[in-house]
Design a protein around this ligand. Structure first.
Ligand SMILES: C[S@@+](CC[C@H](N)C(=O)[O-])C[C@H]1O[C@@H](n2cnc3c(N)ncnc32)[C@H](O)[C@@H]1O
Length: 170
């Protein structure tokens, strides 16, 4: 499973891959997030968040501006589907930070209809406190589901050197 490693050999895998604060800050400055629907108290990016026990998938996101870095692997499609549903039915802005699995059905069914897709330059170093194997495994994409995007407008695809934007340069 992508971005999931065993915390110790043979033990339960960890999905607690936290977005680097500077990447979140950059997106937050642009989109003004109010909700992180997949989080723990330790890695929540917004004051309002949902944990696994609350099940962010089962919650209502209406009226929020959502930053979504979902559990990767087989769980990711359900979260992206929820993002699409919330955008279409409740007018919720959802910005997803996900792996660009462009060969999958869920990318073609959902992400292909996003307002915007940004392909990130470089590998994002997600943080996993206490896990020594926090090497980036996959590329990342930002996928924006924007209820205010004009209907029928083609998805805007860009190549995004976010580290330059964040003032890090490379
Ligand atoms: C990839 S991490 C993202 C963490 C953090 N929100 C961030 O972006 O830095 C995914 C998070 O989703 C949480 N999670 C898993 N299933 C969940 C669920 N059903 N509802 C809410 N959170 C969930 C995990 O505990 C984990 O903290």
């Amino acid at each position: 499973m992508t971005n999931v490693v065993s915390t110790l050999s043979g033990r339960k895998p960890s999905v607690e891959w936290e977005t680097p604060q500077e990447l979140f800050d950059l997106l937050h400055a642009e989109f003004g997030f109010t909700l992180d629907p997949c989080a723990t108290p330790e890695n929540a990016k917004c004051p309002r968040y949902f944990t696994r026990d609350q099940d962010g998938l089962a919650q209502n996101w209406a009226g929020e501006r959502v930053f979504l870095n979902p559990p990767y692997g087989s769980e990711a499609p359900r979260w992206v589907e929820k993002a699409v549903t919330e955008c279409r039915t409740a007018g919720t802005l959802v910005v997803c930070l996900i792996v660009p699995r462009t060969d999958t059905r869920w990318w073609h069914e959902h992400c292909a209809h996003a307002a915007e897709i940004r392909l990130l330059k470089g590998r994002v170093r997600f943080r996993n406190p206490g896990n020594p194997a926090d090497r980036p495994q996959d590329p990342s994409a930002v996928v924006v589901f924007d209820p205010d995007a004009p209907p029928g407008r083609p998805t805007r695809l860009t190549f995004w050197d976010w580290q330059v934007k964040a003032g890090r340069g490379r």
